[in-house]
Design a protein around this ligand. Structure first.
Ligand SMILES: Cc1ncc(COP(=O)(O)O)c(C=O)c1O
Length: 445
């Protein structure tokens, strides 16, 4: 089965080779060097959980672009919705006219997001959604400061970058906003307090009170929190009380609970939203990535009372809420619901994680395996000392790519392999990925 998927095309035409070199040359000459050293290939086409390059090689995509293509590349529901919309209109500023597709998507988001969330604003990206949520939180509360988590990631614009709790994204980019402080991420594998759950009594959550008391002026508009920290290395708390404690402390301080589901939403974690796993009731929720089957779209949805703090002109985006993207988002939700993709995320996710846990038993360099649904991290670190194995992570990622498996890598220590495939991935494709990881670990350890 693996051989079929990983096979090279029988021949490579000169024409495709020329195209390939041309694109690489164009990127090197005319595009800012943001992927330098990453050895990218040129994509010919993509379908479901696979990507084909211009040399005819097929890869199993275990990273969904950047955790975007939850419903699979070129999902038929998404394509159909886009085609229908193309027959109508491509753009009419959604704040001057009312657009049916935009209204329909807003109502749908109110239906599928956690109870209480009702009114949306549409942006183009996750970072923009986070920025908008910051503005709304300030406007509603009349307060100015924010809290986020260490190891977090919220985007690369200045507000979102300020919230981000990792220096590698901020290097030489400051100064940042004032009035942002960082609470303890629930990083059990590297617990700041050197405690173990449940004996720790969730000190990382309880410490929020002290952090507000000692590092803010008390004027906290809200706290941004990822239910599963994606760029931080797939970090999440145990199934218990972490978020309930955090939310209680925020309520006591009249601060908003802002749950950033940009990466965890739309089936990624085995539920429509990861909030459902811990029964979270956010005040505001930024969304993007898996929202529109690959088209650019972001949103933040808020409780009605909070959303209504915005007055006309307080916030706007020229392209935000583009009707083609909104149509794609409606097709995306249809695909998630009608094709059983959320169930698949849960079921295949469990299978994937169990297989990875078996590798943890086999290789002492697999420090930790964690995640929810099809958002799984494998931290390569010595089990005994927890020493991060950064070189090994690079080698394994490269070897897996040679085998035709695309994965992500990240975390504060850059040693967490990230498995976030399209939710349409099959058991056989997961087995290929596991077999490649197994071989790679064997080769390098
Ligand atoms: C949790 C979270 N928030 C915000 C963002 C920023 O999204 P975008 O890259 O669309 O601006 C990301 C991107 O990785 C993310 O993971």
């Amino acid at each position: 089965m693996c051989i079929l998927v990983l096979s090279w095309r029988a021949y490579i035409t000169d024409f495709l080779r020329v195209m390939d070199m041309e694109t690489i040359k164009q990127y090197e000459e005319f595009i800012m060097p943001i992927s330098k050293g990453m050895d990218p290939f040129v994509v010919e086409s993509a379908e479901g959980a696979t990507i084909k390059d211009t040399e005819g090689r097929t890869y199993i995509d275990c990273f969904s672009g950047l955790s975007v293509i939850n419903v699979g590349h070129r999902n038929p529901h998404v394509i159909e919705a886009i085609k229908k919309q193309l027959e109508k209109h491509l753009h009419c500023c959604s704040y001057v006219y009312y657009l049916q597709t935009v209204g329909e998507l807003a109502e749908k988001l109110a239906e599928i997001t956690p109870e209480g969330l009702k009114k949306s604003f549409f942006s183009n990206s996750g970072a923009e959604a986070v920025e908008g949520a910051m503005k709304l939180a300030r406007k509603y509360t009349g307060k100015k400061e924010f809290i986020s988590l260490t190891y977090s990631f919220h985007g690369r614009t200045f507000g979102a970058l300020t919230l981000t709790g990792q220096k590698k994204y901020k290097n030489k980019m400051g100064p940042f906003l004032t009035g942002v402080t960082y609470a303890d991420a629930p990083y059990c594998f590297r617990c700041k307090y050197r405690l173990e759950y449940p004996e720790c009594d969730l000190e990382c959550a309880r410490s929020l009170e002290r952090i507000i008391g000692t590092t803010s002026s008390g004027d906290v508009a809200g706290m941004f929190i990822e239910p599963v920290l994606g760029e931080g290395g797939i970090i999440h708390p145990p199934d218990g009380e972490y978020f309930r404690i955090i939310h209680e402390i925020l309520k006591e301080n009249d601060s908003l609970f802002i749950v950033d589901e940009v990466q965890t939403g739309f089936g990624r974690c085995g539920r429509m939203f990861a909030s459902e796993i811990w029964d979270l009731k956010p005040d505001i929720m930024p969304l993007a990535k898996g929202i529109a089957g690959g088209l650019p779209l972001g949103a933040f949805i808020a409780k009605e009372e909070i959303a209504d703090a915005f007055e006309s002109g307080d916030h706007l985006s020229t392209f935000g809420g583009n009707p083609v993207s909104c149509a794609a988002a409606l097709g995306n939700i249809k695909a998630l619901k009608e094709d059983g993709l959320i169930e698949n995320s849960k079921k295949i996710g469990e299978f994937f994680k169990n297989e990875l846990l078996e590798l943890k038993e086999k290789y002492p360099v697999v420090g930790d395996v964690r995640g929810k649904g099809l958002m799984i991290g494998v931290e390569l670190a010595e089990q005994h000392t927890k020493k991060p194995l950064v070189d090994l992570a690079d080698k394994v990622k490269n070897k897996m790519r040679e085998d035709g498996i695309l994965i992500g890598k990240g975390g504060y220590y850059n040693c967490t392999l990230r498995f976030q495939p399209p939710l349409v991935i099959t058991k056989e494709q997961v087995e290929c990925a596991i077999s490649s990881l197994d071989k790679s670990l064997k080769k390098y350890t």
